[in-house]
Write a protein that binds this ligand. Sequence first.
Ligand SMILES: [Zn+2]
Length: 383
Amino acid sequence: MRKLYYEDIHRTDFKAAVTSCEPAETGDLYRVVLDATAFFPEEGGQSADIGTLDGQDVLDVQIENELIYHTVKEAIAVGKTVEGHVDRAQRFDFMQQHSGEHVVSGLVHARFGYNNVGFHLSTNEVTLDFDGELTLDQFREIELRANEIIYQNLPVEISYPSKEDLESLSYRSKIEIEGQVRIVTIPEVDVCACCAPHVNTTGEIGMIKITNCQSHRGGVRLNILCGARALADYNKKQDSVSAISVALSAKQDLIADAVLKLKEDMLRQQERINNLQANYLELCISTLPAPSESEHALLFVDKMDTIAIRNTVNTLVERYNGYSAVFSGSETDGYQFIVGSKTKDCKELAQIFRTELGAKCGGNTPMIQGSVTAAAERIREFF
Ligand SMILES: [Zn+2]
């Protein structure tokens, strides 16, 4: 079968004859083989082309033993001449990403001697794995150089060297390949064995942005974005920066400082709130009847942090023999509560709260906590 994408990478519309059509192993689908195709299959870490065949969506494209299988929903008669249309936008996007990957891998290899040991290209992600570490400064240097290569608009050359020529050629991805090896060369930048579609010149890549560099299996994994993907990412980030800038009334290049300051302010505020809550709860405790006059201690307070409530219950448990309970919130919005006791079984109380008041609560014998929506008077009856 002819691989039309190798004859003319820009040809996305084609006609071909169906040479076989068999049911797929899973699902109600069919796998169609043609005498020629412009669909590039899933290969070398790159997702398959999408598009239509005989008016049907092509759901997957796989290569097995040099035959390319197009997965479709309806069977197509063997011998029929069909029209195929490869999605141009996705094809070009993949070409931009893949050629960009070669530029970055070639530069990393030349500059630091690291090999590309993993590559993944799909509609939502491009990752490159290297067998050596890169610092922030180093990958920024690579990124700068990669974009300079785009400005130079160098040719991306495809060749099929003879076995003898290959032996004397220095190139990346040197693996034992049966049959003809396809070499992709960007002069002075990269020479690599590769089966995928590429742009004609580096200028078509548009731009290269490394968006992430993290440690991965003793080396690093880079995320890159090329062409329109990089621009879309810039737009998304610009929208975020702009929104944060407006929300914090800070200049765009100063938002990181503004966020740090905001976090520090919040911590100080929280400290103040903690102190105020502690003081308020101490005042509330002072209004309770003395332990000599009352077995239980029961407090209803405005909404407080759980830690402040628990501290209060702990204090009360030391003073009162019966139940010590704090209900925080209001009758309309409901209460969060904690009940503790040195002598009584709080789990029994929890059971009563659940059946009588519909409370949601749990815990153990010395302490329970939960939430309930009920009138304060109704709750008091249980103490
Ligand atoms: Zn490649």
